[in-house]
Design a protein around this ligand. Structure first.
Ligand code: GLU
Length: 281
């Protein structure tokens, strides 16, 4: 079995990341599996090599060593582009020129990521050269795959309901791939059999399951773990004042002691674990 920790190097890691890495690491170790580190660095605007360096140091300091070499999404852009072409050739992606404001004005329902795209460009003849994004025709995709399900080790068997997102963006002009496409392809490429990640990505799994069916990828099991939250129930974030792991490391704190406290469910004052967080990145 193989698990992974997949941070995006667009900021310093904090205690919430340490908890996510610990779940992936400890589960792999307990089951005699491998723990893979994948750096999700395709957002060129926000990714910084310095944060990658810090991530490697933080994991070593926490006593959570990964197996093999870290893998970098920035080195896999061809595979994302090829999958995009494959979905286009299947007639499942369409170009979209709508702006965020247009979508907000036209949307009539809300999904996990905010206003649900009402399908404005689905039947329009948009010049592909003018497209800001390519969207997945989710309904049409589901007619090809039929009903889908997936299994979370804690929440149990789930019926896949990707239509809750509307026709999501899979390719963007300003990015090599969307999170959904890159993460799904990489979990397959890395042979991940148990995807551990936070509850904030629970709903994203409905999309990932659909992409796996369309692209004929193996289907892992998932384990969406609770998130560390602040007293107001929102997940920890550096900008809201919790010190980063790097801050703690440089201040001379012992990373292994911190990891052990997280394992035992001992958290800093005001911080607790919650399964009730539903946000997507
Ligand atoms: N890169 C994502 C993040 O840092 C995690 C993605 C995943 O685990 O699927 O939030």
């Amino acid at each position: 079995m193989r698990t992974r920790f997949a941070p995006s190097p667009n900021g310093p890691l904090h205690l919430g990341h340490a908890y996510a890495a610990l779940v992936a690491h400890d589960t792999a170790r307990a089951r005699g599996g491998a723990f893979i580190l994948r750096i999700e660095d395709i957002d060129g605007e926000r990714s910084r090599p310095a944060f990658v360096e810090e991530t490697l140091l933080d994991l070593g300091w926490l006593g959570l060593p990964w197996d093999g070499k870290p893998v970098f999404q920035s080195q896999r852009l061809e595979s994302y582009a090829a999958a995009g072409e494959r979905l286009k050739a299947m007639g499942l992606l369409y170009p979209c020129t709508c702006t965020r404001a247009e979508i907000a004005a036209a949307a009539t329902t809300f999904g996990p990521d905010g206003p649900v795209y009402p399908g404005t460009c689905r039947d329009r003849r948009v010049d592909p050269a003018a497209a800001a994004a390519w969207r997945l025709d989710v309904e049409r995709s589901l007619t090809m795959t039929g009903p889908l399900s997936w299994t979370d080790e804690v929440a149990g068997r789930q019926t896949a309901t990707p239509m809750m997102f509307g026709d999501i963006v899979l390719l963007r002009k300003d990015l090599p791939a969307s999170y959904h496409l890159a993460a799904t392809l990489d979990d397959a490429a890395d042979g991940i059999s148990l995807v551990t990640r936070g509850m904030d990505l629970f709903n994203a799994t409905h999309i990932h399951r659909l992409l796996q069916a369309l692209l004929e990828l193996p289907v892992p099991t998932w384990l969406h773990h609770p998130l560390l939250v602040e007293p107001d129930g929102r997940k920890l974030a550096k900008r809201r004042g919790s010190p980063s792991l790097g801050d703690r490391r440089r201040a001379g704190e012992d990373g292994r002691t911190i990891a052990q406290a997280l394992r035992e469910g001992r958290f800093p004052a005001g911080i607790s674990l919650s399964r009730g967080v539903h946000q997507t990145p």
